[in-house]
Design a protein around this ligand. Structure first.
Ligand code: SAH
Length: 373
C-alpha cells in the first residue's frame, strides 16, 4: 500500500468528495494551505532552499529599487508621508537593501511608512529579523487591509505565485483544466463542459489556436486593487517577474524544488509552484482602472538604465578578488540574456497615477541621476 503525506490525503479526500478541482485551486492549496502550504511550511530561498530570487543574488538589486522609489517620491511632489508597500517580501532582503541605500536620502527615508503584505507566518518571522534595525514595519494579509494613502508599491516574484487558471481548447470550446486523482497519482483532466463565453476572454491571435492549446489566465482582482489605489491616492508601483510581454498560448505551470524543475502533481506542498506572468493582461487591467502603465521592459535593460554597472564597479573596487568575482557573476545573472540569467526572462512593469508620465528605467527619460550613485 502506498503511503500518503497528510496533505496528499487531504487533497485526495477533497477530490473524492467534491470531484476534480481547477488547477488554480490546486495551486492555491499547495502554496497557501494554512497548515500544509509550501510557503507556510518552508523558507524556500537561497542556496539551501529551492530557488534563488534577484534580491538574494545581490544587494545591488534592492539598492537600485530603493533609489527608484526615491525618484518616484520626487515625481509625486515629495509628500510628507508615503507608504512603501511590498507585496510578498520573502525574506525581507530587498526591503532591507533598499532602506540601507536610502539612508543617504534622509528626507525620503523619514517620510516612509513601511507596509508588508505577507500571508506566511514563517516568512513574516524571517522578515521581522531581517528588518529589525530599520523603521517600524506593519504586516498585512492583503493589500486592501492597508489604510489609503499615497504609496510606492513593490512586487518582485509575487504575481507568479498567485493561482493561475489553465484553459484547454477542444472542438467544443475552452475547458478548465482540472486536477483529479486515480488510484495512485494526481493527474490532469478537463472539465466536462466548456466554460461558456470564454472565447471573448482569449486574445484574438490565440482564439484560432489548434485543439489542445493551453491558455493561462489569472483573476485581475489584485492588480485592479493596486491600480485603483494609485489612481485614487497617488504613487507608483513596480512589478518584476518572469513572464511574457504579450498574452500568448502555452503551458507554464511549473514546480521548482532544490533548484530544479519538478512535477507539479508530485509531492504537493513540497515544491514551489508558479506560472509565468502575462504582462499584457496586467497592464490592460491597470489601464482599464484608469492608471498609467510604463514598459514593460526586460529586467536587464531596467537595471542597466538605473546604473547597475556603475554600482557593480564601485563594489568591485572595494572588494578582494574573490568578492569581486561574486559581484561580477551576480551582475551577469541579474542582467544577462543567457538561459540561466534573468536579464531577459524577467520583465518590469510600472503602474502609476495618471499624472506621472515617466518612471525611471521604464521610459526614454534619463534615470534621475541614479547612475551617479
Ligand atoms: N519577493 C521575494 C519573495 C518572492 S516569493 C523575493 O524576491 O525574494 C513570493 C512571496 O509572496 C513569498 O513571500 C510568499 O509568502 C508571498 N505570497 C505568495 N502569495 C501570497 C498571497 N496570496 N498573499 C500574501 N503573500 C503571498
Amino acid at each position: 500500500m502506498t503511503s500518503y503525506s497528510p496533505f496528499e490525503t487531504y487533497l485526495r479526500n477533497l477530490i473524492a468528495t467534491a470531484g476534480p478541482m481547477p488547477v488554480s485551486r490546486y495551486m492555491e492549496l499547495c502554496l497557501s494551505h494554512p497548515e500544509y502550504g509550501y510557503y507556510v511550511t518552508h523558507d524556500p530561498f537561497g542556496r539551501e532552499g529551492d530557488f534563488i530570487t534577484a534580491p538574494e543574488i545581490s544587494q545591488m538589486f534592492g539598492e537600485l529599487i530603493g533609489l527608484w522609489s526615491a525618484s518616484v517620491w520626487n515625481m509625486m511632489g515629495m509628500p510628507e508621508k508615503v507608504q512603501l508597500i511590498e507585496l510578498g517580501p520573502g525574506r525581507g532582503t530587498m526591503m532591507a537593501d533598499a532602506l540601507r541605500a536610502l539612508r543617504i536620502l534622509p528626507a525620503f527615508y523619514n517620510a516612509i511608512e513601511i507596509h508588508l503584505v505577507e500571508h506566511s507566518p514563517a516568512l513574516r518571522a524571517i522578515q521581522r529579523d531581517t528588518l529589525a534595525d530599520s523603521r517600524p514595519v506593519q504586516w498585512h494579509q492583503r493589500l486592501d487591509d492597508i489604510p489609503p494613502g499615497p504609496a510606492i508599491i513593490l512586487a518582485n516574484e509575487y504575481f507568479d505565485a498567485l493561482p493561475v487558471h489553465q484553459m484547454v481548447k477542444t472542438s467544443y470550446g475552452w475547458h478548465e483544466r482540472m486536477v483529479d486523482v486515480d488510484d495512485d497519482t494526481f493527474s490532469f483532466v478537463l472539465a466536462k463542459e466548456p466554460t461558456k463565453g470564454f472565447d471573448i476572454s482569449v486574445p484574438p491571435h490565440v482564439r484560432a489556436a489548434p485543439v489542445g492549446t493551453i491558455f493561462e489566465w489569472r483573476p485581475t482582482s489584485e492588480i485592479m486593487m493596486l491600480a485603483r489605489r494609485l489612481r485614487d491616492h497617488g504613487g507608483a508601483s513596480l512589478i518584476i517577474d518572469y513572464g511574457h510581454l504579450r498574452s500568448d498560448a502555452g503551458d507554464t505551470f511549473q514546480a521548482i524544488a532544490k533548484h530544479a524543475f519538478a512535477d507539479p502533481l508530485k509531492a504537493p506542498g513540497t515544491a514551489d509552484i508558479t506560472a509565468h506572468v502575462d504582462f499584457q493582461a496586467l497592464a490592460q487591467a491597470a489601464q482599464d482602472i484608469g492608471a498609467r502603465t510604463h514598459g514593460p521592459v526586460e529586467q536587464g535593460t531596467f537595471l542597466k538604465t538605473l546604473g547597475i554597472d556603475t554600482r557593480a564597479q564601485t563594489l568591485i573596487k572595494h572588494s578582494d578578488p574573490q568578492g569581486a568575482e561574486v559581484i561580477a557573476s551576480a551582475l551577469t545573472r541579474l542582467t544577462g540574456t543567457g538561459p540561466k540569467a534573468m536579464g531577459s526572462l524577467f520583465k518590469v512593469l510600472g503602474i502609476s497615477h495618471p499624472s506621472i508620465d515617466a518612471l525611471a528605467g521604464l521610459s526614454d527619460q534619463p534615470p534621475m541621476g541614479m547612475a551617479a550613485q
